[in-house]
Design a protein around this ligand. Sequence first.
Ligand SMILES: *Cc1c(COP(=O)(O)O)cnc(C)c1O
Length: 392
Amino acid sequence: MTPNLLAHRATQLTPSLTLAIDAKAKKLKADGVDVCGFGAGEPDAETPEHIKQAAITALQAGMTKYTPSSGTPELRAAIAEKLRVENGVEYKPSQIIVNCGAKHSCYNAILATCQPGDEVIIPAPYWLSYPEMVKLAGATPVIVPTDEATGFKIRPDQFRDAMTPATKMIILNSPNNPTGSVYTREELLALAEVALEEDILILSDEIYEKITYDGAVTTSIAALSPDIYRLTITVNGFSKAYSMTGWRLGYVAAPEPIAQAIDSIQSHSTSNPTSFAQAGALAALKGDQSFIRQMVQTFAERRAYMFDRLSAMPGISCVKPMGAFYMLPNISRLGLTSTDFCTRLLDEQKVAAVPGIAFGSDAYIRLSYACSMDNIKKGMDRLEAFCRSLTS
Ligand SMILES: *Cc1c(COP(=O)(O)O)cnc(C)c1O
């Protein structure tokens, strides 16, 4: 295809670096090779039965037509109630827009607020879609590197140093994918105060809020003060907490004008998220929450084992993640780029991991523990053998 058939925005996107390794791992598996996969970006549990049943019941009852583009009134009311009770933040149902996944929520929020000439501050390591979404909106991502010294958290002075008159937004993701870091209330308050100095929007991606360890407490930035609320777009969803990644449901909660703009964009692009999936999400919010506790308990056991194993490996150092379900060991002392490391790890030991460069930080690899303990045990043995082969 000749390149001029494509829009500039499409040619600006970074092709997914993880795709090549993922494709190779899938091919090896298909060929019957025993591959240990650590690439999973979704919980390995099934969606709870009562949630599935609610969607089946809705489908059978004829919930097969368009809903309002912003989502059903029942679901928006239930989300408003959830945010009030659990997060201590007041939104009217009209301020809540249900989207086709929290990824779509982030994208719509960025499209509604950012344009050419705007800069968006993104701490690295970052979730790989944020910079691409900013570019799709015609705005410019400004990446601020963080590292182990601050637990991968951006400091207020780093935020201020990255600010220019063009800064429109900062994207915060706590608990974080891929670092597992969880910002404290005080840390968020300090960052929000910097945002307030120049009225910078805060996109707060809280999709992992339910998945934390060792008593780590999550805070919704919008709950910190009325001034901060005015600048915050809260994003959350169902994919991670209820293991509903395939259902494609997320939501934004925002000041009224931003919520309305997001609804307008959605009404002219995707329209409503799937009708009967919304019935499932309503059951998720209203039903028994014990599933989450069990899932997090399972993650906690894998995390403990994996952290101990990684910490004992030659050349590797690792910060203990406080949330989400990823480890981000530092592999830089082993002398390979993250891409070379992951390519050779797959070739030589049949272990699939994601190179940190995909998240903007080449010193790391990401290992998901949303996989079986057997996979983890075998994979850690192989990774250890690989690290030994590099150090001996
Ligand atoms: C998984 C994930 C999302 C959203 O997932 P959806 O499946 O689109 O709901 C958003 N942000 C981060 C950081 C994620 O890891």
